[in-house]
Write a protein that binds this ligand. Structure first.
Ligand SMILES: [Zn+2]
Length: 234
């Protein structure tokens, strides 16, 4: 650890990214022991395409993917990250995503990272795109290139968290386009903070495939919704 890091830790003591408790100086940990003990990873065998496929009969464009934690376990941390200006805890989120997948073969196959774009009004209001921030941090840890702005919003959409599952599907239908040539024939990993119905990620995957991506995977910090059998309102 560099001396300057000790100084930074002294001025801004490290805190658990989930509950905000102090976790001690020079700590490499991102979560306190209590959170580590009480929060578990989501089962690996979840079928993330279930809601879209079975309930809405939607064609699935992503090939595989995973979320790290249940949204209900990390809800307040995500709210601090997205709505209360605690941008820095996104670094810890990215680290936990990396920790979860660092030995996973999927990471070896990913050529590029991309992030879900935020609509202009919300970008202005929030000042940054949380998905892009996570992808940047994830890119530093994995050394997989993050292709900035690869996915564009081609029309305005309503905030997904105000809509039910059916409305979410309609809201983002054909809302994205990819204009980047470099993803042709590549395996692309979409990074986002929350997976709910999967409609946003599926539409992004559709746009990536349309542009010639060979394979599309996703990794999100959390997941909620019917796929997990609970956590409806995100
Ligand atoms: Zn904690």
């Amino acid at each position: 650890m560099k001396f300057s890091d000790y100084i930074i830790d002294f001025i801004y003591p490290p805190r658990c990214c989930i509950c905000g408790e102090l976790i001690g100086y020079a700590s490499k940990m991102t979560m306190c022991e209590k959170c580590r003990d009480s929060i578990s990873y989501i089962d690996k065998d979840i079928d993330y395409s279930a809601t879209l496929k079975n309930k809405f009969n939607i064609e699935i464009y992503f090939d595989c993917g995973e979320a790290v934690f249940r949204y209900s376990d990390v809800k307040s941390a995500i709210e601090r990250f997205k709505y209360f200006g605690e941008r820095n805890i996104g670094k810890s989120f990215a680290y936990l995503m990396y920790e979860h997948w660092k030995n996973n073969d999927k990471l070896k196959y990913a050529d590029y990272l991309v992030s879900v774009p935020l609509n202009k009004a919300r970008l202005k209001e929030r000042g940054y795109n949380q998905a892009e921030y996570l992808a940047n941090e994830f890119s530093k840890l994995t050394r997989i290139k993050h292709v900035h702005g690869a996915i564009k919003r081609i029309r305005d959409t309503k905030p997904q968290n105000l809509l039910d599952a059916k409305e979410r599907v309609e809201n983002v239908k054909n809302a994205f386009a990819v204009v980047n040539e470099s993803i042709k024939g590549k395996t692309v990993l979409i990074i986002d903070d929350i997976f709910t119905t999967g409609s946003t990620i599926n539409e992004c995957a559709a746009a990536l495939k349309k542009q010639g991506a060979a394979k599309v995977m996703f990794l999100t910090f959390s997941a909620a919704g019917n796929n997990l059998g609970s956590d409806k309102n995100v």
